[in-house]
Design a protein around this ligand. Structure first.
Ligand code: PLP
Length: 230
């Protein structure tokens, strides 16, 4: 199954090219493989191609894979909707959570994070298009939550995440990503040097070029690595 490796090579080239075009270092952008619905075999193919960061949306499915791959040196990112009753398992088994959209969830993750694992990396999810049906904090509420989350000792607030509406053109895709980048700048003005946000988790299979052009540091790619999901 050389397909996954070929796909990863192709996605990596797209990232490198987009970064180079706007004067960024390709190494500043992490390719996060979204492995929801994929088997551990498929994850191993991606590992063989050099990837070590994997993202999951569904907790039980994720916990099964994490335990099957526990001997590997992998970094697990939780990117799905997060309810209060799931925070303990997430705090115990993941390195990153991108989908924090309420202070209460952050507080629970902080209280439940095992100290020996070190701080859990957090992104606040922003509803950047103001879509009523979508999860994520409204843009104008993010600063207030961020200023509380940075006080939590077992969390490290790294940045912002968004899943913008699908747009057909590069120019249209750029708009939401630019808004998220500006929001990070705005928040950073209120943070101490040691607390400044260094992460923008934005860009997926169809819009990663536009995201990289606006400063993305983590692109979350599923389909273009593993193929279409069932
Ligand atoms: C599924 C998912 C992705 C990956 O999307 P693709 O279009 O398959 O690349 C990225 N981010 C989130 C939050 C997802 O749920």
């Amino acid at each position: 199954m050389p397909k996954i490796k070929n796909n990863i090579d192709r996605v990596s080239k797209r990232i490198d090219q987009s970064a180079t075009e706007c004067g960024r270092a390709p190494s500043d952008i992490l390719l996060l493989a979204v492995s929801k619905t994929r088997s551990t075999d498929e994850i191993r193919r991606a590992m063989d191609a050099g990837l070590t960061h994997f993202a999951e949306n569904y907790l039980q499915e994720a916990l099964d894979k994490i335990s099957q791959l526990e001997d590997e040196d992998l970094h697990w990112h939780f990117i799905g909707p997060l309810q209060s009753n799931k925070t303990r398992s997430v705090a115990e088994h993941f390195n990153w959570v991108h989908s924090v959209d309420r202070l209460k969830i952050a507080q629970r993750l902080n209280d439940q994070r095992p100290e020996e694992l070190g701080p859990l990396n957090i992104c606040l999810q922003v509803n950047i298009d103001h879509e009523p049906s979508k999860s994520g904090l409204p843009a104008d509420a993010v600063l207030t939550v961020a200023l509380e989350v940075v006080k939590l000792p077992n969390l490290r607030l790294r940045g912002l995440m968004a899943i913008p509406q699908a747009e057909p053109s590069f120019e249209q895709q750029k708009i939401a990503f630019q808004k998220l980048a500006e929001l990070r700048e705005h928040i950073n003005q209120s943070l101490d040097n040691s607390e400044k946000l260094d992460t923008l988790s934005m860009g997926m299979s169809n819009d990663l070029e536009a995201a990289v052009s606006q400063g993305s540091t983590i692109v979350r790619v599923g389909t273009d690595i593993f193929g279409k999901r069932e």
